[in-house]
Design a protein around this ligand. Structure first.
Ligand SMILES: CC(C)(COP(=O)(O)OP(=O)(O)OC[C@H]1O[C@@H](n2cnc3c(N)ncnc32)[C@H](O)[C@@H]1OP(=O)(O)O)[C@@H](O)C(=O)NCCC(=O)NCCS
Length: 166
């Protein structure tokens, strides 16, 4: 059975091909991509391949509103290292849904799921040092700056981490 995570306002569930159009809009929005390093999406076919790829990891979820089933964004655990019970967190919201606390709600639920059900013990998030909304979100939810580690591929990135607590 597929994972389904519910919060007060949101439903998180594995992305599927039916989300193709919404995922295209999300991943081609220049504001959303401002601080994210990724290959530029050119077509619906790129997104179709992307969805097929991320469905294999089982932790790429769409975020939709409970009331109305509006697609608002996506959240994922990736770069997984099960030997360390480690994953990296990624998240993005469509611009019209930012600034309302929705991603805080989604990340809180994702952490709870990651630590209590999925078996992770340590989660990191890599974010651009100028991405203030993302840094604020992570700090609000208890992530701490990992100051002894850098992203050698992108020196503009800062790394935050959070441990499972009992
Ligand atoms: C990073 C990102 C997800 C943050 O989105 P966000 O909407 O600021 O985050 P939240 O959903 O937690 O909302 C927080 C904002 O909502 C406000 N808010 C309103 N109601 C709230 C509530 N009930 N709870 C928490 N915050 C609330 C907060 O005051 C805050 O606004 P502020 O920054 O003006 O103080 C968003 O900017 C985004 O998608 N950016 C593009 C993609 C991206 O950069 N992803 C990160 C890659 S590492």
């Amino acid at each position: 059975m597929e994972t389904l995570i519910a919060t007060d306002q949101l439903i998180l569930k594995p992305v599927e091909l039916a989300d193709l159009q919404d995922m295209y809009v999300l991943r081609t929005d220049p504001q959303v991509a401002q601080y994210i390093e990724r290959d530029i999406t050119k077509s619906l076919d790129d997104i179709r391949l992307f969805i097929e790829m991320v469905r294999k990891n089982k932790f790429y979820f769409t975020i939709k509103t409970i009331n109305g089933n509006d697609f608002v964004g996506a959240i994922t655990l990736w770069n997984i290292d099960w030997s360390k019970k480690y994953a990296e967190l990624g998240y993005e919201l469509l611009p019209q849904f930012q600034g309302k606390g929705l991603m805080s709600e989604a990340v809180k639920a994702m952490l709870d799921y990651a630590f209590t059900e999925a078996g992770f013990e340590y989660i990191e998030a890599y974010t651009h040092q100028e991405n203030i909304p993302s840094k604020k979100l992570l700090e609000r939810l208890g992530f701490k700056l990992v100051d002894d580690k850098i992203d050698e591929d992108n020196l503009d990135v800062v790394i935050y981490g959070i441990n499972k607590t009992c």
